[in-house]
Design a protein around this ligand. Structure first.
Ligand code: NIG
Ligand code: FE
Length: 417
């Protein structure tokens, strides 16, 4: 049966982000939040926004099917676009709390990785886990994101590393329910324990795994970790060239722990995003700002690793489009808290509240190549939104307090379906 038109009424404040979307998420100012008081939001049968505006301007005869619409009161609350979490590692088994303690006692992330901890310890646990176990734990985490207003979630593989286990994790990602899922193949996450060196593992990915990922559409895009002690630019170039030959969109972890020239290399492939950017140099800042690539900033991982923070102000002031995300993973960022991410962006990276809001909606939609479909509540885009139990000025203020009491994807509630 076809969905009815859905009219959401009693919206005290509707924050559409229309202005930010028109500016492609660049140079966002307060007015670009495009705030409407006493608003109405209308969802078409196909799940897109049919109309968004002041209640008194709404004319039902201009919307087909509006006469027979289902009406739902949002009880005088504030509505914002659903959050887009554009960088997570949500499918994994086990935890690494002991490594957190080792880091407090002075060991570095790289030292722990070099002795087989870090990513490789999660690989061990993930290989042992069944599809059902992985799915159950990942789905719980997905639900925790949804409770915070997330309507689109990206998740990466990279804790399987061999063919069967990467395929297993990607299949788990495809089975996750609730938000829109964007699944990313991150085989080039670490050295693999099954290969004598990075080069032979790279050859295996290029000859075997990437073709399989592309042919069976196991993932929507491809990622790599370019960093000292992990993948250098020569290996990355071979991997990204192969991914691009299949038409797979590209993203990359770059300059997280050092300036390893990853940004420069990745930008040559016109990636959807480059992520982390803590050690991005001035020339690269200018390059990103002038490109179509979104700069994804992940301040919770910088917090947990006691790093400095990425140059958000320089990026934004030069015109880059930035996005924020939790980088949720068991090692460098064991938190799913969007509020924590946004508070760090404001306190440590000097981003304004409008910049944070735009980064978590318009910016992160672009980071996933979905800027035309998601991120703002304007006609024709997906009717994905969060209902707040506070004023939007109270978002990204109280760590641990999401302020969200309802999450709707394509006009349907994900919290109480
Ligand atoms: O984004 N740095 C590479 N990947 C993750 C860490 C994954 C892990 O430590 O398990 C990150 O920080
Ligand atoms: Fe990451």
């Amino acid at each position: 049966m076809q969905n009815p038109v859905r009219i959401f009424e009693d919206i005290k404040t509707l924050v559409t982000l229309a202005g930010a979307a028109r500016k492609d998420g660049r140079h966002v100012q307060e007015e670009d939040l495009s705030v409407i008081h006493d608003a109405l939001l209308v969802c078409a049968p196909d799940g897109t926004v049919a109309w968004a505006g002041p209640r008194t301007d709404f004319k039902s005869d201009t919307i087909p099917g509006a006469k027979a619409a289902e009406t739902r009161s949002l009880e005088n609350s504030t509505v914002i676009p659903g959050f887009v979490e554009c960088h997570t590692h949500t499918v994994f088994a086990g935890q690494r709390a002991h490594e957190f303690e080792w880091r407090q006692q002075g060991q570095t992330y790289q030292e722990i990785s070099a002795k087989g901890g870090g990513i490789l310890s999660t690989v061990k646990e993930t290989r042992r886990a069944s599809v059902e176990e992985l799915h159950a734990s990942a789905q719980k985490r997905v639900n925790a994101f949804v409770r915070q207003g997330v309507t689109t979630l990206e998740t990466k593989s990279g804790y399987g590393l061999d063919l069967d286990n990467e395929v297993k994790c990607l299949q788990v990602a495809r089975r996750l329910l609730g938000p829109r899922i964007v699944s990313t193949y991150l085989g080039a996450h670490s050295r693999s324990p099954d290969h004598k060196d990075l080069q032979s593992y790279m050859d295996f990915m290029i000859q075997t795994v990437l073709p399989r990922v592309a042919q069976d559409r196991l993932a929507d895009r491809v990622d790599i970790y370019i960093e000292k002690g992990f993948y250098d630019t020569a290996l990355a170039e071979a991997y990204l060239t192969k991914a691009r030959s299949f038409g797979l969109p590209i993203t990359a972890h770059v300059e997280q722990l050092s300036d390893s020239s990853g940004a420069e290399l990745a930008l040559a492939f016109e990636p959807q995003s480059i992520d982390h950017l803590v050690y991005l140099n001035d020339a690269a800042i200018t390059k990103v700002a002038q490109s179509k690539t979104t700069a994804v900033l992940l301040p919770t991982s910088d917090f947990y690793l006691k790093m400095r923070y990425p140059p958000a102000r320089a990026l934004i002031d030069k015109g880059a489009r930035v996005a924020l995300s939790t980088d949720y993973n068991p090692g460098t960022s064991p938190t799913q808290s969007l509020s924590f991410t946004g508070v760090l962006a404001r306190v440590e990276m000097k981003m304004t509240l409008p910049e944070v809001l735009a980064a978590y909606t318009v910016g992160s939609a672009h980071a996933l190549g979905l800027g035309q479909q998601l991120g703002s509540l304007v006609q024709g885009k997906q009717c994905d939104f969060a209902v707040l139990d506070c004023d939007f000025h109270e978002l990204f203020y109280s760590v641990g307090n999401s302020g969200v009491r309802g999450t709707f994807r394509a006009g349907k509630s994900l919290l109480n379906p």
